[in-house]
Design a protein around this ligand. Sequence first.
Ligand SMILES: Cc1cc2nc3c(=O)[nH]c(=O)nc-3n(C[C@H](O)[C@H](O)[C@H](O)COP(=O)(O)OP(=O)(O)OC[C@H]3O[C@@H](n4cnc5c(N)ncnc54)[C@H](O)[C@@H]3O)c2cc1C
Length: 494
Amino acid sequence: MINPIKASGPHQGVKLPDIKPWSGDHPYACHRHFYPADRGLQVSFPERPRLITQVAVVGAGLSGLTAAYQLRDQEVVILEADARPGGVCKSGEFRGCPYPEGAAYFLYPVDRHWQNFYQELGLDLEAALIPEPVSCLYYRGQWYPECFHASGIRQLPISPQGKDDFLQLTQQLAAWEQETDDFAPVNLEWQSLDQVSLKHYLEVVQGYSTELAPLLDPYCRSCLGAGADQVSAWAALYFLMSECSRETRSCAFPEGDARLAAALLAGAGPNRLRTHQVVVGMEEHPDAVRLLVWDQLQEQPYVVQAEQVILAVAKFAVRRLLTGVAGWTAATFQSFQYSTYVVAALCGVKGLKIPGFENWIVGQTAFSDVVMQPRRSALGDPRVLIVYAPQPFPAPRQALLRDSVQIKAAEILTGLEKIWPGISRGVEEIRLYRYGHAQVVPYPGFLSRIRGRIPWRQGRIILAHSDLEGLPCVEMAMLSGCRAARLARQALRG
Ligand SMILES: Cc1cc2nc3c(=O)[nH]c(=O)nc-3n(C[C@H](O)[C@H](O)[C@H](O)COP(=O)(O)OP(=O)(O)OC[C@H]3O[C@@H](n4cnc5c(N)ncnc54)[C@H](O)[C@@H]3O)c2cc1C
């Protein structure tokens, strides 16, 4: 069905398919509590708790769900503000074709412990292995498969010096990856590499060609929330290690990392999850923590009392919740900065050949990469092209709230038309997701500011969330969830 709306301004002339209203974050519920001066909603603690539990997990993203899963033998309640669990790992469906609305892939764990963990969750890692080519680069009108490996790099239309430098970089990263013990790279010395940007590291520290940073820019924007000149060299090199390694393999389920969230929730016990519940306040007492919860369905507050609380939410929310509680202060979390993100699901795309799983686009500001679900299909089967459009960093969040779906869709379609002329004609429907605080951005110096400096627990309150590791990925979310569960268990035993 073709929507009669046509874009105005620079995107004029692009005929738009049926465009659904914004989805993704639903910020209003949190905003009206955390900015009561603006929005006029202030609630106070009712006298008696409605619910008493051993552990309350706040946030049903991967970190919170992992914590709840690890504590499944305890009394656990999961409070989630959104209508659905998963955080940024949710999935959509178009005519029976599942697709990720956010996170798409994860790494095949090399470590036996993590392999067992996935197996215990019933996740078939072998079936999820992504067939090659995994990563392809679109550069100056051509696709380059296996762009992080020698075979792809040799084909790139860059100078001989640029190719040599790129090869040297990827070989070095692959070697570091081999020496990496679990999550701790031995030779990737983080303190100094964290002080400079990836671009600075490549061009000034290593003296590599200036052709490299633009090639790695879409990867940085998509995976780390900001450009090669804005992210910490350590963070970027740490992420790129697995892309360049021949041993590390990537995995994806049709619905993306939402499969991980679903498996964790199934293991934790789905009846422990309470959706539409926004935690808006906390009080620490000698024998328990009292959480003030706003029930969005009933439009009323109530109290959950817990012996231990795991705050598996990003620090922009933690900052507001912890004011005056435990030993943290708002200033502790001031260094956390977040990117904004738009994801577009183009449903019903027809006749499109997609070269790899992750397809990185160089030189396109409207988006950074695309994933097709399913990658191969019979003619006429429903397919969804997922377009990742990280927004410029830093950018005012208001812009994201202000932009209309028509404008965003037109911007994305205009960019796609340059790669696949005529693509807009085959798209039936566009679904747009926006994330106001999508991922923590490891800007230069950030990791040095947080590592070892923020206590993971104080009193009865424990912090989780991938942002605490300074690196936005599903592995870090699960790692922080495991650690939080361990701390909660110790305290419950003690
Ligand atoms: C578009 C996108 C694509 C990505 N792609 C990948 C990928 O392919 N591979 C990869 O490894 N990583 C990817 N990432 C990063 C990765 O998905 C995240 O780092 C990870 O999933 C975060 O999990 P989390 O539990 O730490 O946080 P979140 O997912 O942010 O979960 C936090 C939860 O807390 C809830 N919450 C917040 N405030 C409150 C409150 N006051 N009360 C109750 N609940 C609250 C939120 O609604 C949310 O459900 C991607 C991220 C984005 C945004």
